[in-house]
Structures are given as C-alpha cells and as structure tokens.
Ligand binder design. Structure first.
Ligand SMILES: Cc1cc2nc3c(=O)[nH]c(=O)nc-3n(C[C@H](O)[C@H](O)[C@H](O)COP(=O)(O)OP(=O)(O)OC[C@H]3O[C@@H](n4cnc5c(N)ncnc54)[C@H](O)[C@@H]3O)c2cc1C
Ligand SMILES: NC(=O)c1ccc[n+]([C@@H]2O[C@H](COP(=O)([O-])OP(=O)(O)OC[C@H]3O[C@@H](n4cnc5c(N)ncnc54)[C@H](OP(=O)(O)O)[C@@H]3O)[C@@H](O)[C@H]2O)c1
Length: 255
C-alpha cells in the first residue's frame, strides 16, 4: 500500500490547533469532514509511517457534536506505535481520521429513571465527558452531574477553564471532583476512584447521595480502575446496564 491509497474508512484531516498541557499530554483540534457523532463516542486517528504502515487507534471526541472542529485529548504512551507520532504533529500538519464514529457510552443509552449522573474517569478518559458537558442542554434531564477526574499529577488536571465555566453556568447541579494520586494538591482528593467510591468519600465530597433508583455511573479509562469500580458498585448492590435490562453503570476501557 502506498501513501496514495488511503485505507478504507479513513479521510485526511488537518490540525488547526494544538494545546500542550505537559510534554506528554496534549490536545489536537482537527478539521476533517467525518460523519456526525454523539457526545461520548470516539473515532480512529491514523498516520502513514515510513514503514508504509497505517497504525490507527481509537480516540474520544471532546468537542460538542455541533462544533466545526474535532478536538481530542491525548497522552503519549511510552513505546506506543501511534501516540508518540501524534505527539510530533503541529498545526498545519495532516493526519487521517476515521469517517465513522463508534461507541455506546452515550447519554441516550442511560435509563429514564436516572437522575444523578456520575462520570468517573482517569487520565485522558475525561474526554467523552468533556464532550457531553460541552452541550449542557443535553444534560437537562439530570438533577446532579458529578465529574470525577483522577490523574497522577496536578499538571494532568486539564481544561480547568471549562470546569470553572461549567460550575458558573450549572451551579449546584454540577460537581467537579479532581483526584490527584501522586502529589498533595489543595482542593483535590487523593487516592484512587474505586476506594473513594467504596468509602463513601465521593458522595460526602459533594453531598450527592448514592441510591439505586436515581444514580447512574459512566466509568471510563484505565481498565483496572474500570474493573475495580464495577466490582465496588456490584458490592454496593448496583448492576451493569444492558439495553434489555436497565441497570446502573456502563463502562469503557481505554486499553
Ligand atoms: C474507546 C477508546 C477510546 C480512546 N480514547 C483515547 C483518547 O481520547 N485519548 C488517548 O490518549 N487515548 C485514547 N485511547 C487509547 C488509544 O486508542 C491508544 O491505545 C493509545 O494512544 C496508545 O496507542 P499507541 O499506538 O501509542 O500504543 P500501542 O503500541 O497500541 O500500545 C502499547 C500498549 O500500551 C497500553 N496502553 C494503551 N493506551 C494506554 C494508555 N492511555 N495508558 C497506558 N497504557 C496504554 C496497552 O497495553 C498497549 O498494548 C482510547 C482507547 C479506546 C479503546
Ligand atoms: N500522567 C503522567 O504524568 C504521564 C507522563 C508521561 C507518560 N505517561 C504515560 O501515559 C500513560 C497513561 O498515564 P495516565 O497518567 O494518563 O493514566 P494512568 O496511569 O491510568 O493514571 C491516571 C489515574 O488513574 C489511577 N489509577 C491507575 N491504576 C489504577 C487502578 N488500578 N485503580 C484505580 N485507579 C488507578 C492513577 O493512580 P496511581 O497514580 O495511584 O497509579 C492515576 O490517578 C501511561 O502509559 C504513562 O506511562 C503519563
């Protein structure tokens, strides 16, 4: 395959803007005419390499579905095939984008009875929740929206301006709970999400009680965090949500 034959399903996109959060953590805003997506979904990003290969990986949209530019939040996985290459790209460079978005962690999959939405994320997996929060009208049905973002260091707490704006716009309906595990940072929790969930600390932090009728959990990111949250929730009496049987949580592993 040569650079002239783009694999099926990919189209060329152009990077319009890049934000550097740390040396390894960055956002890309991309112009690419892909098919419409729902907040919470992802698509593939791909590059053509010097070995005549097209590595492609899944990345979640963090922009609102109506925005003109696509936006992604990425971390460089050491020795990864694609992410270090993506970290070398700058505004004006091109890359390839999957035309067809995918994923079921979307708001329309959440049962009607759910009133308190808990978004539990590690690292770049805050992404799908940023997209949902980018169009707060789509969250009107909820009485409380709690975004929990667990990261290693303070520098990984991205999009603080959006958090402040959401807090101002949504008031007490919205709680943002940052968790930093490898530094002591004022106004954040320390530790890991599953333990903070099991001990009741998350609920105590914002005063939103957990209850099996109104609480619904979206869990996204590190697969071990996802596994341990699911186990914790099951111990607390909550069930996995299925289309054929309404439950309390849905999850997405990032690897
Ligand atoms: C549905 C979905 C959405 C995703 N969205 C995003 C996103 O928005 N932003 C983002 O940065 N990544 C996201 N990812 C992860 C992304 O698809 C790639 O796996 C990641 O960029 C590594 O690709 P790579 O080619 O550099 O590494 P590879 O060469 O594919 O991977 C090397 C190994 O690193 C591990 N690994 C993969 N991702 C991570 C990670 N994030 N942290 C630690 N270890 C990892 C895996 O065990 C993998 O086998 C998502 C994954 C999925 C499944
Ligand atoms: N974040 C960085 O500073 C940084 C810098 C360069 C490269 N990277 C690379 O980027 C990749 C992703 O790193 P990341 O920091 O975004 O994600 P991560 O390693 O998944 O860590 C994000 C958060 O998830 C927590 N976590 C890890 N395992 C968990 C588990 N089993 N249960 C519950 N919580 C858990 C971490 O806590 P703990 O701290 O307790 O593990 C941290 O608070 C890794 O390959 C890493 O090597 C990261």
């Amino acid at each position: 395959m040569t650079n002239n034959s783009i694999p099926q399903g990919l189209i060329k996109g152009t990077i319009v803007e890049r934000i550097n959060w740390t040396e390894q953590l960055f956002s890309l805003k991309i112009k690419a005419p892909i098919h419409p997506f729902k907040a919470g979904q992802f698509t593939k990003l791909a590059m053509y390499t010097e070995n005549d290969e097209w590595p492609r990986r899944a990345y979640s949209f963090i922009n609102a579905p109506d925005d003109e530019l696509l936006e992604f939040l990425l971390i460089t996985v050491p020795d990864g095939e694609l992410s270090p290459r993506l970290n070398n790209l700058q505004a004006g460079d091109s890359l390839y984008v999957g035309e067809d978005p995918a994923g079921f962690m979307t708001l329309d999959e959440i049962p009607e009875a759910a009133k308190d939405l808990w978004m539990l994320s590690t690292g770049t997996a805050i992404g799908p929740f940023l997209s949902m929060l980018a169009d707060p009208k789509s969250l009107d049905r909820f009485e409380h929206i709690v975004l929990v973002h667990a990261v290693r260091t303070k520098a990984d707490l991205v999009y603080q301006d959006r958090m402040t704006a959401l807090q101002e716009k949504l008031g007490t309906i919205f709680s943002y709970i940052p968790v930093v595990s490898r530094e002591i940072v004022p106004d954040t929790l320390s530790g890991r999400i599953p333990a903070l969930l099991a001990s009741g600390t998350l609920s105590k932090t914002n005063g939103v009680p957990l209850d099996p009728i109104h609480s619904f959990f979206l869990i996204c990111g590190n697969p071990e965090m996802v596994r341990d949250c699911r186990a914790t929730l099951e111990e607390l009496g909550y069930n996995k949500h299925l289309r054929r049987q309404a439950g309390h949580f849905t999850s997405e592993n990032y690897w």
